[in-house]
Design a protein around this ligand. Sequence first.
Ligand SMILES: Cc1cc2nc3c(=O)[nH]c(=O)nc-3n(C[C@H](O)[C@H](O)[C@H](O)COP(=O)(O)O)c2cc1C
Length: 484
Amino acid sequence: MKDSAEANPLDLRVWLDQVREFGELKDVYGADWKLELGAISELNVKRENNPALLFDQIPGYPDGFRVLTCSTSSPARLSSILRLDIEKTHDGLVQQLRGKPKQWVAEAPKFDPVYTEKGPIFENIQRDESVNVLSFPSPLWHEKDGGRYIGTGCSVVTKDYDSDWVNVGTYRVMIHDDKHVGLDMVPGKHGHIQYQKFMQANEPFPVAICIGADPLHYLISGIEVPFGMCEYNYIGAILNKPVQVVKGELTGLPIPASAEIVLEGWVYPGAEKIEGPFGEFHGYYPGKLTTAPVVKIDRVYYRNQPIIVGSPPAKPPNDYSYSKAVMRSALLFEALIAGGVPDVKGVWAHEIGGARMFTVVSIKQRYAGHAKQAGHILSQCGVGAYLGRYSIVVDEDIDPANLQEVMWAVATRTDPDLDIDIIKRSVGSKNDPMFVTYQSKTAFSSRAIIDACRPFDYLNEFPEVAEASKELQEQIKSKWKELF
Ligand SMILES: Cc1cc2nc3c(=O)[nH]c(=O)nc-3n(C[C@H](O)[C@H](O)[C@H](O)COP(=O)(O)O)c2cc1C
């Protein structure tokens, strides 16, 4: 498709109208960027049926300079972002997602982004000396953060040194001063791999940081899209139309034509500085401070009355733990199938582990070793490897999303001596709260694979579950309706 009129410029405001219509958007006036926005959002997301929050009239900033939080943290909002039928229930959303990531990957090559000359993002431009990143109400999210973070629900556009691959990843962005920001790309992430190549060539690394857009942008830049694939193509496959982009004046990097705010600039070789601390998705500040690349910002583009999309992590459940649990569970399900594991019944990447550190798969055991195979692939596949910890395999009678049931299976169907495998020196992270204890300076960490299925060689002898049968439960529920 070549016609830009049919492309989608990823306009946040179109989505906000929709969410307002189905009653899940709340306006908040007068909250301070310093800690109030963060704490209000944190308390909000821990409530049942929480709305998305749109902060306005933020002291010290012009009216209309806004911050949005909690955009992805309900089934209805997440299904609307993913262009599925609006689902009020979690189960309905998971059902609708079945098979979708595979379809999106297959169709992505058909949806190259479409370039256009103009877009609302160019309504205001700060150039060179006039650049002031502090023009926007970037929050100080948590009490012990090392600075104000303009980028949380953001999408960072970068390109490869020796191919035409453009990557879009969500990496947090801390303000150092009016013209410099820190960009925390963890080694192994695609943006970091591209960065390393520029640094090896001793050349400046071009960056365009998109601070707000249709939340589909950061939802997809924040999950593991296959290496070498551009997230714009993947988003195009979800929308069934290409993304409409404009070129950054300096770097030529593609940015959504209706983005809210974009910071454009370069990381010069050697420009690294301490970044953080920052309250993380697993619920801790980092134990050890490390450096991160510093981007010198030479252009700021923004729409009239711009909106920062914020997505502050914290002790789960947090702003994005729900959406990550849903998305990563769907991707892990498909990775297991692609890895050749038969009879996978369900997968859940629990919010308590930030959708990374505690993952569960249920299977119908078919052969000796089936459970271990599933557990190891769950732990080590591309989507699951980074900062994993516990991967648990349960039988099909256990709901992998129900912690009570999962831990019951662990307590009653395992012999720790036989059923826990440890993988040493696996893919770790400096963001791991346990990093403080690691002897190595590099981020390795171990994994436990727990086979909490009934032992395959004793399936026939294994004791039966002492629980009313499904049929008896149904009979009782219909006869004793007033009780249940
Ligand atoms: C709100 C949010 C913030 C994130 N912050 C970071 C971060 O600061 N650094 C990082 O490496 N990954 C971060 N992630 C995870 C990455 O976005 C994710 O691993 C993604 O797959 C990276 O893109 P890539 O696969 O193209 O490298 C964040 C994700 C979300 C949703």
